[in-house]
Design a protein around this ligand. Structure first.
Ligand SMILES: Cc1cc2nc3c(=O)[nH]c(=O)nc-3n(C[C@H](O)[C@H](O)[C@H](O)COP(=O)(O)OP(=O)(O)OC[C@H]3O[C@@H](n4cnc5c(N)ncnc54)[C@H](O)[C@@H]3O)c2cc1C
Length: 279
């Protein structure tokens, strides 16, 4: 992105957003280094804690899952063949995402969602104990499908939440995690943010010529355009989280039958994949 910014000759400030004032249909941003920048539209792409969202007073709902997503970089024993694998253990979701091979052999990225208390205990252990805890659980969960797994980095945990916001205020639009957050079990957080950027650009490009970029009516269109995809993805990821967390026998049976059915119907599988990437 930085290279693209350079090639396009776009002005770049290595700075931080700090304050916001509304000025007519635009805004004035004050940065950490004390610069004042006037803009007709400020796009807040500043992550889940979004200082822009707070400063603009954009309505926001937050529901903690009580789980942490623990991430680490792994050495794996067998080639991953560019496949992502995920195991649902009842109270945790263990995902291995393929990474490029290194001289040390095949690599994967771990995203292990687990109850917050257990995640904190694991992170508090010393390096050897962390490795032993991981090796024992990884083998039990994966059955060594990708061979023995070994931590290359210390595990880092992030609290998992379901979040949504009103996405816009006069002169301000939010994209990505600043606007919404979903459970990572479907690996769709980034796609949802890219969808925001795509739809925001489309709405801005097709606005009436007399309307400013930060016009509330234009931004309301962006909010409406994103309402359904964000709602649908929140529903799917939250639903999957509840479904795979359910321990009662009939639900578990129906869930496993459903997964088998999807696995045996390539057409249905392709439809689900297309829906997930917003095609
Ligand atoms: C454990 C875990 C696993 C995940 N796994 C996946 C996955 O497999 N696939 C997937 O698609 N998604 C995944 N996600 C979600 C994905 O990480 C996010 O959806 C994505 O990173 C959001 O991108 P973003 O640019 O909106 O926010 P961020 O990546 O959080 O970036 C926000 C940026 O804003 C900057 N910033 C903050 N404050 C200021 C300020 N005041 N001024 C200037 N800049 C500021 C931050 O420094 C940061 O660089 C996962 C999330 C978690 C927690």
């Amino acid at each position: 992105l930085q290279q693209a910014v350079q090639v396009m000759g776009i002005e770049w400030h290595e700075d931080r957003f700090e304050r916001l004032e509304t000025r007519g249909l635009g805004v004035r941003v004050t940065t950490g280094q004390g610069r004042a920048l006037d803009a007709v539209l400020l796009v807040g792409a500043d992550g889940a804690r979004s200082p822009v969202r707070l400063a603009a007073g954009i309505e926001h709902h937050y529901t903690p899952y009580g789980d942490m997503g623990v991430v680490a970089h792994l050495d794996i024993g067998l080639p991953h063949q560019n496949r992502a694998c995920q195991w649902f253990t009842g109270d945790s979701v263990f995902a291995l995402l393929p990474m490029p091979d290194t001289a040390d052999g095949p690599q994967a990225s771990l995203v292990w969602s687990m109850p917050e208390g257990r995640a904190r205990e694991w992170q508090a252990l010393d390096a050897d104990a962390q490795q032993a805890f991981f090796a024992a659980h990884a083998r039990a969960i994966t059955g060594d499908r990708l061979g023995p797994l070994r931590l290359r980095t210390r595990p880092q945990g992030f609290p998992l939440t379901l979040e949504r916001s009103a996405m816009v205020a006069p002169g301000v639009a939010l994209v990505g995690d600043a606007a919404h957050r979903v459970h990572p079990l479907a690996g769709q957080g980034l796609n949802l943010g890219l969808g925001d950027v795509h739809d925001l650009l489309d709405v801005l490009r097709t606005r009436e010529p007399q309307r400013a970029l930060g016009d509330p009516r234009v931004l309301a269109r962006y909010r409406r355009r994103r309402a359904e995809p964000v709602w649908a993805m929140s529903l799917v990821t939250d639903g999957l989280h509840r479904l795979f967390g359910a321990s009662n026998a009939p639900t578990a049976w129906a869930r496993n039958q459903g997964m088998r059915l999807v696995d045996n119907l390539p057409f249905l599988k392709r439809c689900l994949i297309r829906a997930a990437v917003g095609d």
